[in-house]
Design a protein around this ligand. Sequence first.
Ligand code: PMV
Length: 330
Amino acid sequence: MSRASAVAPSNIAFVKYWGTRDLDATLPFDPSISMTLSECLSYCTVETLEGSGPDRVDIASESGALQPAGEGFAAGVRGHLDRIRGWSGSEARFRVAARNTFPTGAGMASSASGFTALALATSAALGRAVEGGELSELARISGSGSAARSAFGGYVEWPVDEEGSAAVLAPETHWALSDVVAVVDDRPKDVSSREGHRRAPTSPYFEPRRALLAGRLRRVREAISARDFGSLAEVLEEEAIDLHVIAMTSRPPIFYWSPATLAVLEKVRDLRSGGVPAASTIDAGPNVHVVCPSDVEEEVARAIGSMDGVVSVLRDRVGGPPRITGEHLF
Ligand code: PMV
């Protein structure tokens, strides 16, 4: 038996991945750019099991107690273990335990960190710990495209070539940005992002946004390179709103926002008019990620946290890549 544990970060996209040109290979129509986070993390411990039988999948609570994972979650993990078996040529069965430090399934990219941690821990348990581009690919074939970006720390673009590789635009030490998440609803969303990607091309606004993407990608690369928050802020909000315009006009439509989502968007625009550098972005869920320079994080968190409809505030900042850890869940 061989056991390994890994911890992997979530990430928040500045330019969004929305729409897959190849759903099975998880390849997007267009590139996306994200910031890797340091506090929204997934821990995963994997041990090879003797003999045959199904993989065993547990979830660890905050206290560390393990319980069998729900059917949906366990099926997702087993599906990815099958792909990793295919990649490695191994027929091993596994015992897996997983823990997230943040709410799952509510537009917080728990699949990105979760599948990256699973890919790293499983490859290590098989004696072939992967990193960088290889980890990115092994995480991405889980079906979560954003997982491709969680294989790296700092500011990351994916894909940068036809094969679907991701690459670091700048390391985490380059620019101290924070992500203050206004949690307005921490329940799992009704429509998965996979389904959102599938429906996206049915929106009449899908192609018009694609036409704008080359310019937005260039503006974000330049803003990161020059640490220009004003330019980043503009693109961030354009992208967040366009993703949801496309979702709301897909056939059938998907409404991820709640009334409090809009209230937070307005509040952030007010903050900015008042001279506080802060900008909103939103993934496939109702929660608003308020990105800001880390020196105003405290002020932003206080302003957002006092709003009606904001259930809690998570404070995160740019972080490093996934890693093997000695912190085992069993
Ligand atoms: O990785 P997926 O399939 O869960 O898709 C993520 C989609 C968004 O979070 C909405 C955007 C992004 O680029 O992360």
